[in-house]
Design a protein around this ligand. Structure first.
Ligand SMILES: [Zn+2]
Length: 111
């Protein structure tokens, strides 16, 4: 998979964030990465904070599937879970923010 374009547009409508779900609201700036694999294009959209920070930390730490060739939302969420509440270690602030956001979204969707 090759990344061919990374932009930070302002949302003209709400977008689904690959990492936290319904996180990108109209008017928010977000991260948009276009990749191509063979002839297939894919677009990865996520919030700048904390989602992109978590994605970047995964990437720098090599925490992703090399076959896929990039960090997925699943990778980012798994990484966050592994960097919060680990005995003796300080919680990663971006991981903590992401987990709090996921909890909020879950709470909103529970009737
Ligand atoms: Zn997000």
């Amino acid at each position: 998979m090759n990344t061919i374009e990374i932009t930070r547009p302002v949302a003209r409508q709400d977008h689904f964030c690959e990492v936290c779900g319904p996180g990108i609201k109209q008017g928010d700036q977000y991260s948009r990465t276009v990749s191509v694999d063979g002839g297939d294009f894919s677009v990865f959209k996520c919030c700048l904070e904390p989602c992109l920070d978590v994605v970047n930390k995964c990437f720098r730490g090599g925490f992703y599937d090399r076959f896929v060739g990039g960090v997925t939302g699943d990778d980012a969420r798994e990484w966050a879970h592994e960097h919060v509440g680990v005995g003796g270690l300080i919680d990663d602030p971006d991981a903590l923010k992401l987990l709090q956001r996921l909890e909020q979204h879950n709470a909103q969707h529970t009737p």
